[in-house]
Ligand binder design. Structure first.
Ligand SMILES: Cc1cc2nc3c(=O)[nH]c(=O)nc-3n(C[C@H](O)[C@H](O)[C@H](O)COP(=O)(O)OP(=O)(O)OC[C@H]3O[C@@H](n4cnc5c(N)ncnc54)[C@H](O)[C@@H]3O)c2cc1C
Length: 509
């Protein structure tokens, strides 16, 4: 093995790995990104199911951080990060009724739509949007702030950014500051009750809070996940990217290559090479070894630490804590190629009629069952209809996913057909992504979308595990940069950028 042909290897070409690689390359480092799949982009890569049925498989939209777009000069590659359009968030209600919501306090159509349910709620809407925007801005500031490895704080390096974050919270003003702190731990039932009286409106908002998370409307911490997703979407509806979300990844690859960085697809890492507690490179499944001064890993922390490094190289209590990271995928996606006559309007549509409906959908997953009455979120891209399905637990009781694909697809279509009777006849092809597919194809342990549940006890200075929140690991020169560390999930790029900065800071000391 040659000595250090690269300054840094990045395991995984998800957007966070690509963001980290770009920051390192921008700082003059020689970087190589290694991706196990035959395509770069991780969860953002375009997917072809067969017969040319190509989709953005996971995300109908995404907002890469504007400061990352500016830092990396992505505008030069034709990417400004601005949403292509702002379609509404539409709650599908029984009896064909619909609630149209735009996350703006002064949107006349939204206020009118809410007024049909409750005049009092329409009056409360502007203050609610204002509060959510402030809460999301605070979370955004928290995600861009590197977390110290509590209980140790390096006051020179970490103290000032932390003090700034505290000041950001204080500046919200007494009422909103306490509001944000309280909301983080509240259930969605309790939180929405403080703002609104109308059940359909409360359920529509709560659905955004449980989207992608394994919790129900009555679970503690739903307030936090709602603020997280509001930050991620810039409100309630997804923010579509012109040309599709894969453009984010494609642009990051182009920017990296322009800086002299390389991406190798079809290069699965099987081992991080460690010598005397220091990462020295990686080994691929082909047996090839590549040396580097540093290794950054965009794969989830359990895969990175337990499979690629291995328990033998790590302190026992660290191994135990890593094994204990909760990873509990419970999401499936169903993509329908139609003849275009599906009858579904543009926007982000939610089938989540009541708070109890959401809680019951979640209940099923607690017992290893697919929700009989699922929460669905629907988006369209011309003739393609994409359905986000919850809950579909990774571990099924008394059944296997191989036999449940058809039933899940049929259930998704039948549930949607209640609102859109023309849909079933318009379908030409169905393709689904089950939690087991998320693991086998997308490399997500237990199908966990966020590389570890985004719940309050696994966040901030406790992500990925308490005491290890600054991207470091017990192996010198091995850094974690994916969604499983502070700044993730979503597709903001924060964890990739923060990790690159930490690695660059260490290399300059
Ligand atoms: C259906 C769905 C809905 C979602 N909704 C939301 C949401 O509402 N809110 C939210 O915050 N987040 C959501 N997410 C999660 C969000 O998409 C992810 O957090 C984010 O995309 C992860 O980006 P990443 O770069 O960290 O990792 P990934 O995109 O997962 O990339 C990791 C890369 O590492 C590669 N890799 C893994 N192991 C190896 C190896 N050994 N060798 C080489 N390469 C390897 C993988 O192939 C992959 O390309 C959702 C995800 C899904 C699937």
């Amino acid at each position: 093995m040659s000595v250090h042909p690269y300054d840094a290897l990045i395991i995984g070409a998800g957007h966070n790995g690509l963001v980290a690689a770009n920051y390192l390359a921008k700082a003059g480092k020689k970087v190589l990104v290694l991706e196990r799949r035959d395509v770069a982009g991780g969860q953002l890569a375009r997917h072809v199911f067969g017969d040319g049925f190509a989709v953005d498989p996971i995300h109908p939209g995404g907002l890469l951080r504007p400061d990352i777009i500016a830092d990396l000069g992505l505008g030069k590659f034709g990417f400004d990060g601005k949403p292509a359009a702002r379609a509404p968030y539409i709650a599908l209600l029984p009896g064909g009724q619909r609630l149209h919501l735009v996350a703006a306090g002064n949107d006349a159509a939204t206020l009118e739509s809410i007024r049909t349910l409750s005049a009092k709620d329409a009056q409360a809407w502007p203050a609610f949007v204002n509060f959510m925007d402030k809460a999301a801005a605070f979370l955004d500031a928290a995600y861009r702030t590197a977390m110290p490895r509590l209980p140790n704080v390096n006051f020179r390096r970490e103290g000032l950014p932390l003090a700034k974050l505290g000041w950001t919270l204080r500046r919200l003003g007494g009422r909103d500051m306490f509001g944000v702190i309280r909301t983080l731990s509240m259930s969605l039932v309790a939180f929405t009750q403080e703002w609104f009286e109308s059940e359909p409106l409360r359920a529509a908002i709560a659905a955004v809070g449980i989207h992608g998370h394994t919790l129900g409307s009555m679970s503690a911490g739903g307030g936090f996940t709602l603020i997280h997703n509001w930050r991620n979407r810039g409100g309630l509806a997804h923010a579509p990217v012109a040309g599709g979300t894969a453009r984010i990844a494609d642009t990051l690859v182009a920017a990296l290559q322009a800086r002299g960085g390389q991406v190798r697809c079809g290069a699965a890492v099987t081992r991080v090479l460690v010598d005397k507690q220091r990462a020295t490179g990686v080994q691929l499944t082909s047996g090839e070894r590549i040396a580097a001064k540093a290794v950054l890993c965009d794969a989830d922390p359990r895969h990175a630490l337990l499979e690629l490094v291995g328990a033998r190289e790590l302190p026992p209590e660290f191994v135990w804590a890593t094994q204990s990271i909760r990873m509990r995928g419970a999401v499936a996606k169903v993509h329908l190629r139609t003849d275009g006559r599906h009858g579904i309007p543009e926007g982000t549509l939610a089938h989540a009629p009541t708070l109890k409906y959401l809680e019951r959908a979640f209940d099923a997953s607690k017992y290893g069952e697919i929700s009989a009455a699922p929460y669905l979120e629907i988006t369209t891209d011309a003739d393609i209809v994409s359905v986000h399905f919850q809950f579909a637990p990774y571990t099924l009781r008394g059944a296997t996913w191989a036999e449940q694909r058809g039933p899940l697809e049929r259930l998704a279509v039948a549930t949607l057909a209640e609102h859109f009777p023309a849909l079933p006849a318009s379908i030409r092809q169905i393709a689904s992504i089950l939690p087991t597919d998320l693991e086998s194809t997308w490399g997500l342990t237990e199908g966990d979308l966020n590389h570890g549940q985004l719940q309050i006890d696994q966040m901030f200075f406790m992500r990925p595990i308490p005491g290890w929140s600054n991207h470091r690991t017990p192996i010198d020169g091995l850094w974690l940069c994916g969604s499983g560390v502070h700044g993730g999930g979503g597709i903001s790029g924060a964890s990739g950028r923060n990790a690159a900065r930490a690695a660059l800071g260490a290399s300059s000391r």
